[in-house]
Design a protein around this ligand. Sequence first.
Ligand code: NAD
Length: 266
Amino acid sequence: MSIQKNLEKLFSLENKVVLLTGASGGIGEEIAKGLASIGATMILCDLDINKLQTVEKKIVDDGYKAQSYSLDIANSTSIKDCVKEVIENNQKIDVLINCAGINKRELCTEVTESTYDKIMDVNLKGAFFLSQEVVKHMINSKAGSIINISSHNAVSMLGGCGVYGASKSGLTAITRAQCIELAPYGIRSNAIAPGHISTPLTAPLWTDKSRSQYLLDRIAMNRPGTPQDLLGIIVLLASDASSYMSGMMYHVDGGCLAGGQPWELS
Ligand SMILES: NC(=O)c1ccc[n+]([C@@H]2O[C@H](COP(=O)([O-])OP(=O)(O)OC[C@H]3O[C@@H](n4cnc5c(N)ncnc54)[C@H](O)[C@@H]3O)[C@@H](O)[C@H]2O)c1
């Protein structure tokens, strides 16, 4: 078999139906375009159907497959309706990527109950109950891969991100629970912890001179990550190439956890 055929066999997403939340966001759009370009049928889910249809059009115009579905992940009726419609149209979901997420930076001493609930409802509760709904269908197929987009803040903390970090730590705990409870059904679950990626969510950090310098000092590669930097690990975890990988969180952070920029010795 040719090298190309071997690679295709290992990593191909052809005939895979991939449900992606947050699909019109900075990271979501690039994941959607990237996975579609290697054969996945992308099920694009987000709050604003018009934004999704713009992403869908780009994918379809390039000759690949995508469908748009309005979803409010913080609303259980919306979750049930969305998954029902996706199954009616596609009969299965092979891969679920929980990428929708929000943040509001407030100090622990100042966080309001409303901020706390909003962040938790999207980042943790929403991902949990969407997974629960999708898994029912993965169990029928006796196969599936869940990819939870966690964060560097799950293990290291930026000021004002206490609730966000708690939600992402929770998501990695859910990843472990999904791993051990769903393995008997052939379903794997993994998390990805992106470092500091330049997107609309983090624009307030990258557009502020002192904050962006603070971040750069903590990134060994001395640049913000891009959504495209996450694509390789997502292809790996979505495809059969990761058939024995489950329950772990993988950091994609340009050398942030490793220690960032080295100090001057002289
Ligand atoms: N950008 C980073 O540096 C970074 C770092 C670590 C983790 N992350 C995580 O990556 C994911 C994507 O982040 P991003 O930077 O692309 O942010 P983004 O703000 O560009 O995109 C987030 C998307 O989630 C959607 N969303 C919000 N609430 C929703 C809801 N109730 N229902 C459905 N969709 C909803 C938004 O509409 C948006 O399209 C998030 O989970 C975020 O926490 C981002």
